[in-house]
Design a protein around this ligand. Sequence first.
Ligand code: NAD
Length: 297
Amino acid sequence: MQHIAFIGLGNMGAPMAHNLLRAGYRLSVYDLSAAAMDALATAGAHRAATAADAVREADIVISMLPANEHVRDLYLGAGRVLECAPLHALLIDCSTIAADVAKEVSDAAAARGFAMLDAPVSGGTAGAAAGTLTFIVGGDDAALDRARAVLGAMGKNIFHAGAAGAGQVTKICNNMLLGVLMAGTAEALNLGVAHGLDPKVLSDIMAKSSGRNWALELYNPWPGVMETAPASRGYSGGFGSALMLKDLGLAEQAALGAHAATPMGSLARQLYQLHQQGGHGQLDFSSILQLFQAPSR
Ligand code: NAD
């Protein structure tokens, strides 16, 4: 069985790595958090002392890190992946980062002889746990063909968006829309409840009407409306507001680069910026609802 090095065992990476173990892959893991590594080691993964150690004998390297700087450092830093992984290793970065950084890292990998894919995901922590993620891939066909089996162990849809960086552009378009939808859904629910409506009844009606959307139906931001949503567990776990703010910033940079108008995305970014300044960056992104609620609630 192929040997996979998995770097970044957070809300997404940990359940993805568990699914690879379940599928029978040999796994070496590395994360800055000892607790995150303990959980994977207990499940059968090899606990590497450094990222370099994790990748030294890998056939496939998968990274699931927060942002640009982490990915750039992991692959391009001195003594890091491009210097330590065997040349036959396929490199797959699943983090959501800027397309130009994905391209920079992929170009550097190619210059050394590595095949690399940007493969950001959609589906959230629930999709990661269930192994039903959607992978949105940028890179060449041959590399994607090599990646299909391992991606299939963590997800159920694999889309080829285009060349290196195209996965990230596609992902950022999706997440800009998600940020807009979540803020709009929270705003609508707050308006209805301020008029005395029951948030569950209001949600059920809108879910069968023209306002229906993913945030409303599958990730409802009002606590108690949906048992399984982060809103019903104090906005813990899930997709952090700080990460959504990061993605909306990536969308704005991408818009600037292409001279594209994205006023709704910009407004959503401002709302998440205010939310972050209120000290809520670590709460799930559906907690943007709190920005609309009266302080007494
Ligand atoms: P997270 O903050 O929960 O996890 C990140 C992990 O990376 C942490 O465990 C951290 O310790 C580790 N880490 C940071 N720097 C490191 C380094 N230098 N070496 C090793 N480990 C390091 O983040 P997450 O929610 O798992 O998200 C990861 C990526 O996936 C982000 O780019 C995010 O935008 C994207 N994403 C998240 C979701 C979601 O629902 N959470 C959904 C889709 C995409």
